[in-house]
Design a protein around this ligand. Structure first.
Ligand code: NAD
Length: 484
């Protein structure tokens, strides 16, 4: 298979502006999670390919890319955003085939990718330093400089969005990038890199080395030529990445998921809340770091919320990605087994509702009907751990203190939302909730190109998206001139 229109062999790495097989010539098979069929083969890059990619990135920094004025970097990103939109149909179909996400969601991801390019294109020449008051006879100012070579290790759940926010910000700030996409879903990363080449990105500014996490990923995170690492994925691998980065004393951004709550109070507009309560849990079949997997409800509205969610769950359908149902399959049979393992842990809990798998769903697809659990004790595993599948738990609470205790009572802290008409309560909880983003009377799972995003606790550290991400892809230099 070649990637249509782009005439691209998906079995290649992009290094120094040239597509080529990995040095060993080995490949990894990709499967379509909607039916289990073989999609294509991607390169199985290893440490030697990563070393070449890091060297190519360094060469780009020493060459035209490193010397390019910020506004010209912005123009290239702007052109790249346009190419993304011109190829929106191709990108969305690739993502749907590869990840299994319904076409409509894949289209939304393409739009987000283009928006990241536009946002960071416009921001590229607005990174400024400051002049600082100091002693008599001095002029002191700061410069924001790129880190240099940045490593980007990306998961399979939202490849386009995560590449957009991470690589887009890094390039805008003047870094060169080495991207390691996930071995389960890699095709839009390759297509994006080809579009970047066509948009005029100089050779070596963006390099892509597909491969296994334990090989290409581990090599990239430990490479002494890498100056900054950005990682999105599991907590277990996040810890390994941080250890590897410590070996070279380089900064890392870790985005490791969550167990995000939505809190529904006695004075909430439940009708307005219901679509958000359900959609934020089942979007991308629940394989979303900021999925709202816990729904906390005041006991006076508990039955009403549960009935509303139950009705919606019963109408949910999971089916082939290109048929555009509410949910696609999970990304792989392995992921389905992980989620099934959690469902088995729920034995004895009340299942309020299940969605359905459509009758014509191919037998080889990784389908799972979404499940809503009710009355779950807050300390239960299903209410504590990230399941990464279409599973939500509903938990009743007595009052505001109780709600806060439950909401903040996991090891994670990524996103939260509060449904209440009380302005004072909104302000109080916005401060007290342990989360990187708090939504008031809405929920934006992962949304908002402009909005800084990231977590606390096991959700990770560092902020992506918005201007904040751009800053984090720079380091500050202070210059003090004594002129008398
Ligand atoms: P993962 O953390 O294993 O993989 C994410 C990325 O890291 C992939 O590109 C992978 O190749 C790479 N990687 C894996 N091992 C590595 C290593 N030793 N060194 C460097 N890079 C490595 O995630 P997964 O196995 O795809 O999913 C497992 C669980 O992780 C999921 O069930 C879910 O709970 C969580 N997850 C979270 C997110 C998120 O957005 N926070 C995304 C994907 C998965």
């Amino acid at each position: 298979m070649t990637i249509p229109f782009l005439d691209l062999d998906p079995g290649h790495c992009l290094i120094g502006g040239r597509w080529r097989p990995c040095i060993s010539g080995e490949r990894i098979a990709l499967y379509n999670p909607s039916d289990g069929s073989h999609l294509c083969e991607i390169a199985r890059g290893r440490s030697e390919d990563v070393s070449e990619a890091v060297a190519a990135a360094r060469t780009a920094l020493d060459g035209p890319w490193g010397r390019m004025p910020a506004f010209e970097r912005g123009r290239i990103l702007q052109a790249l955003g346009r190419l993304v939109l011109e190829n929106a149909d191709l990108l969305a179909r690739l993502e749907a085939l590869d990840v299994g996400k319904p076409l409509k969601q894949a289209c939304a991801d393409v739009t987000a990718l283009a928006r990241y390019m536009e946002f960071y294109a416009g921001a590229a020449d607005k990174l400024t330093g400051e002049t600082l008051p100091y002693l008599d006879g001095y002029t002191v100012y700061t410069l924001r400089e790129p880190h240099g070579v940045t490593g980007h290790i990306v998961p399979w759940n939202y490849p386009m969005q995560i590449i957009g926010r991470s690589v887009g910000a890094a390039l805008a700030a003047g870094n060169a990038a080495v991207l390691k996409p996930a071995e389960e879903a890699c095709l839009t990363a390759l297509a994006f890199a080809e579009l970047a080449r066509r948009a005029g990105l100089p050779d070596g500014a963006l390099n892509v080395v597909p491969g296994l996490g334990t090989e290409a990923g581990a090599a990239l995170s430990a490479h002494p030529g890498v100056d900054h690492i950005s990682f999105t994925g599991s907590v277990a691998v996040g810890k390994l990445i941080q250890q590897a980065a410590a070996g070279n004393v380089v900064p890392v951004t870790l985005e490791l998921g969550g167990k995000s709550p939505q809190l529904v109070f006695e004075d909430a507009d439940v009708e307005a809340a219901l679509p958000y309560l359900v959609n934020a849990g089942i979007q991308n079949a629940g394989q979303t770091c900021s999925a709202a997997s816990r729904i906390l409800v005041h006991c006076s509205r508990y039955d009403e919320v549960l009935t509303g969610m139950t009705d919606r769950y019963r109408a949910l359908r999971a089916g082939p990605a290109l048929d555009d149902h509410d949910l696609g399959p999970l990304v792989s049979m392995r992921q389905k087994e992980i989620v099934q393992g959690y469902l088995d842990q729920g034995e004895g809990l009340e299942i309020a509702a299940r969605g359905e798998i459509v009758a014509n769903a191919p037998a080889g697809g990784a389908y799972l009907a979404p499940v809503l659990f009710a009355g779950v004790p807050p300390e239960h595993r299903l209410a504590q751990e990230e399941i990464f599948g279409p599973v939500q738990v509903v938990i009743p609470f007595e009052d505001e203190d109780h709600a806060l205790k439950i909401a903040n009572g996991t090891a994670y802290g990524l996103v939260a939302s509060v449904w209440t008409r009380s302005g004072a309560r909104q302000m109080r909880l916005a401060r007290k909730l342990r989360a990187g983003q708090v939504f008031l009377n809405n929920y934006g799972a992962g949304g908002g190109v402009e909005l800084p995003f990231g977590g606390t606790g096991l959700s990770g550290h560092g902020r992506e998206k918005g201007f904040e991400a751009l800053m984090s892809f720079t380091r500050l230099k202070t210059i003090a001139a004594l002129h008398g």
